[in-house]
Design a protein around this ligand. Structure first.
Ligand SMILES: *[C@@H]1O[C@H](CO)[C@@H](O)[C@H](O)[C@H]1NC(C)=O
Ligand SMILES: *[C@@H]1O[C@H](CO)[C@@H](O)[C@H](O)[C@H]1NC(C)=O
Ligand SMILES: *[C@@H]1O[C@H](CO)[C@@H](O)[C@H](O)[C@H]1NC(C)=O
Ligand SMILES: *[C@@H]1O[C@H](CO)[C@@H](O)[C@H](O)[C@H]1NC(C)=O
Ligand SMILES: *[C@@H]1O[C@H](CO)[C@@H](O)[C@H](O)[C@H]1NC(C)=O
Length: 512
């Protein structure tokens, strides 16, 4: 997925060596292939069992709050108190055919009051999790998975609630340029923060266009396409340091960029992801989006490709500030391999597919190098900045850890999924299964699964007591689908019939 947190951006861009607990073992653990890979049906079922465990803990201790705190059996509301985990879990429960859970969620969604919250609302997070989750549920339940709904009225309510939510959010676009504000305060129809970001502006259009196409109300598409127009034609020219690669900070007053730093990292990431996904959604309307994606990808290959000095066999992508490169990347950025593969397949470009597979391999290496078998939140490979206590680790693995958290992020699993679907190579199923086992072994605690403090100590260095909603939406969906049988929503066929939003909610592509 692609999402941002201010802390992550700062950590990555300032390249500070932060919050890394001591005692990093210098001997590399032998993670990687286990001898006994069980049959695909058993692997898929193990992921379903994990989903049911996480759901049961959430339903008992947290529902209908946003998230479970699995260690303390408490709850939290970081996403407006509308039941984020329930809405985010729906499309995964659907593809897993967990009918009881599907109907628990369907009975709940009509009761949400999307016009009311006392907390700040992120237009971006609300769009990708809530709007994306409900639209995906509607596409499945009015289509190939209609048999899973006990109550047809609840299916219609998914669309009504999507309309309610979009109508509640739509004042965000009421700015001089049409570029929205991201952080909204519903109580006074206000906003906070003076600027918006590339990812937060550029990761709305798929959800809002789909809503227009289902409802016939063209306003949702028009609002987000207008905002996107500033990203497709960026100004000033200095905000595009390489063709197609942009800055990240945008002024809603003018629609102009205020910086020239970026990459395929948090804060920018899913803007690039959606350029090619819009083309997949409707090639006739979004050819210009494809052209910008191709420009960005060609520039990335030419300018951002980086091989760590001690491991020239690996490929990572640098960040940039203007044309100055910064040798730092993130777990968040590991969606990039999957996105290159997807775009390469759709455009019939094997170079993009092969390059994407190289990126997937680099991200796999960040997993197998650590004590837990899980990759870190932020990693660097600048020879001038190797922390003394990580010199041997860097020599062997090709990177050092700047932030060792793992908060149940999906991007590496996501890219394994696209790699497997494109190549059919069972190696990627093995990588996904190993990662799943290691994540399960390290993050399973109390009534669910929790983020951990340090991927490079045995046991994970302590729990954050927080089960993110994207654990349901993304990690468990990709972990399942890579082992699951063929279905029309599986990606990578001759013609993609479904496209996944950045929260892994599958949408039916435009039928027109
Ligand atoms: C609005 O939300 C608050 C919590 O954010 C809740 O206390 C209140 O009852 C809600 N009001 C309505 C009308 O739903
Ligand atoms: C079906 O769902 C609607 C809300 O969408 C609810 O009002 C109705 O009572 C439900 N019907 C049954 C039989 O549960
Ligand atoms: C279409 O959506 C816009 C934006 O939320 C809303 O203001 C308008 O009332 C809607 N139009 C209809 C006919 O529902
Ligand atoms: C890392 O590799 C370099 C170059 O091979 C070598 O000089 C250095 O001693 C190694 N450092 C450690 C800690 O292994
Ligand atoms: C997941 O972890 C739990 C608790 O450690 C364990 O009981 C279970 O067997 C694990 N699942 C798999 C598939 O290894």
């Amino acid at each position: 997925m692609a999402r941002i947190t201010a802390a992550v951006i700062l950590t990555a861009l300032c390249s500070g060596i932060v919050a890394l607990p001591k005692n990093i073992p210098i001997d590399l653990k032998a993670h990687g292939k286990r001898a006994d890979l069980p049959p695909a049906e058993e692997r898929a079922q193990a992921v379903v069992d994990t989903f049911r465990t996480a759901w049961a803990g959430y339903y008992e201790y947290a529902f209908p709050n946003d998230e479970l705190k699995p260690v303390s059996n408490g709850f939290s509301n970081s996403r407006n108190n509308w039941g984020a985990s329930a809405v985010d879990a729906l499309s995964t429960a659907l593809v897993m055919r967990q009918k009881d859970i599907v109907n628990q969620i369907l009975d709940y969604i009509p009761t949400i009051n999307y016009y009311n919250t006392s907390t700040e609302v992120s237009l971006f997070e609300t769009t990708i999790r809530y709007l994306g989750g409900m639209i995906s549920g509607y596409d499945f339940l009015s289509g190939p998975l209609a048999d899973l709904a006990d109550n047809k009225t609840n299916v219609d309510a998914l669309l009504e609630q999507s309309i309610n939510l979009a109508n509640a959010l739509s004042y965000a676009f009421d700015t001089p340029s049409g570029v929205p504000y991201n952080i909204l305060t519903f109580t006074d129809r206000g906003n906070t923060g003076s600027t918006n970001g590339l990812a937060t502006v550029g990761t709305l259009v798929l959800e809002w266009v789909r809503l227009s196409d289902i409802t016939g109300n063209a306003t949702y598409a028009a609002l987000t396409e207008k905002a996107e127009s500033y990203l497709l034609n960026p100004s000033p020219a200095s905000s595009e340091p390489f063709p197609g690669l942009l800055g990240m900070d945008i002024d809603p007053q003018t629609g102009r960029f205020l910086d020239a730093r970026g990459g395929w990292v948090g804060g920018a990431d899913s803007f690039y992801e959606y350029l090619i996904k819009m083309y997949i959604y409707d090639p006739s309307r979004y050819a210009a989006y494809r052209d910008r994606w191709v420009l960005a990808v060609d520039s990335t290959i030419e300018h951002l490709t980086s091989h760590p000095a001690p491991r020239p066999d690996l490929t990572f992508l640098t960040q940039y500030n203007g044309q100055t490169l910064d040798l730092v990347s993130e777990h968040l950025a590991c969606f990039d391999g999957g996105n290159f593969i997807l775009g390469g397949q759709v455009l019939g470009n094997q170079e993009y597919v092969d390059y994407g597979l190289e990126l997937v391999n680099g991200c796999h290496e960040t997993y197998i190098a650590t004590a837990t078998g899980i990759g870190p939140e932020v990693f660097g490979w600048d020879p001038a900045r190797v922390p003394t206590d990580q010199a041997a680790f860097y020599n062997a693995s090709g990177f050092y850890i700047q932030n060792g958290n793992y908060i149940l992020r999906p991007e590496v699993m996501e890219s394994f999924y696209y790699a497997y679907r494109a190549t059919g190579d069972a190696k990627y199923q093995e990588w996904a299964w190993e990662a799943f086992l290691d994540i399960n072994a390290t993050t399973r605690v109390g009534s669910g699964y929790s983020g951990i403090n340090n991927v490079n100590v045995e046991g994970g260095g302590g729990f954050k007591d927080f089960q993110e909603s994207f654990w349901f939406a993304e990690v468990l969906k990709y972990s399942f689908l890579i082992h699951a049988s063929e279905a029309e929503w599986q990606v990578g066929g001759d013609a993609d019939e479904w496209v996944f939003n950045t929260e892994a909610h599958p949408f039916r592509v435009f039928e027109g």
